[in-house]
Design a protein around this ligand. Sequence first.
Ligand SMILES: *Cc1c(COP(=O)(O)O)cnc(C)c1O
Length: 369
Amino acid sequence: MLNGKEEEYVMDAVTSTWISSTGAYIDRFERMFAEFCGTTYAVSCVNGTAALHLALLAHGVQPGDEIIVPTVTFVATANAVTYCGAMPVFVDSQPDTWNIDPAQIEEKISPRTKGIICVSLYGHPADMEPVLRIAAKRGLFVIEDAAEAFGAMYQGKRVGSIGHSAIFSFYGNKIISTGEGGMVVTNDERIAKAARMYRGQGSDGERKYWFPEVGYNYRMTNVAAAIGCAQLERAEWHIDRRRRIASWYREQLEGCPLVQLPVQKEGTFNVYWLFSVVLHEYTEDRRQKLMDRLSERGIETRPFFYPLHILPPYRHLQPLRDFPVANRICAQGINLPTYAALREEDVTDICGCLIELLENDQSDERGAS
Ligand SMILES: *Cc1c(COP(=O)(O)O)cnc(C)c1O
């Protein structure tokens, strides 16, 4: 939602004629963002996918490397690995948080493994402590894909400040947006420097038109950064909105035995990018029918992501049987409407409708058997 100084700052950027990829808003957005996350550096870029690509390049990922990735995430997490000529190696999910299961990481590590990407799915922080322990023991880097978890916290620290680097997305449906946009954050000066270099065609900034490496044009514009500054000024409002919506859903659905709600783990602060539920005992077909019926009543829901290990570019890599939890939750999960303008009475209506359809479904099943 654009309810801060977005228009004022964009007009200011346009009036100043600094509309391209240099300007005061870019510096300000990066400074404010690093401060918000509690990191030393923030490097803005065109989108979250580019931010992942930059982070992987900055950590030195090369063709032939393997990177551990949760199978339940948005496809960009694995695609960025593929851009580097590296291979994603997928890991199944925890049944309660739906995030990468740290207990299954070590068995996937090979001599080619260089790092681990943790994703804080739908706003719930990934379980970083065991992942960092494994990474330290095996000499791997850890990137947090925090695209969906702006403002979330894990053991008192902001998501994004826990791994060796982290990325965020400012796509239109994310918690804060710049239209399209992304950010790499880190406390490691070398990572920040390398990310800046790859962002700007591989220039190290020392000699004009001298490019020590092949880089990319991944820079954010000053206009996008102007929107980002306005969004960031109201960060607490954006986060609070999501959490309030989640509390309404929780209140309405808590007593319903037919759905699994997002877990509330001690030491985590979930920002509920999307409020999601897993429908016990459902198949993918039955879920689709339920979503169709919700849609007929004007309620737009989304299925969970397909697990990446079944998508055509990646399905030859690992067998289906490696991912029992992901296979189940991705067939049974739905994201309920979650956006800043949603009102409490909307949530009441949505939940009333959902519970009614679920209960009808139950009695149909019983009748059929
Ligand atoms: C949105 C998202 C991205 C990619 O961000 P874009 O800005 O759309 O490129 C990466 N990872 C996850 C988990 C996402 O949800």
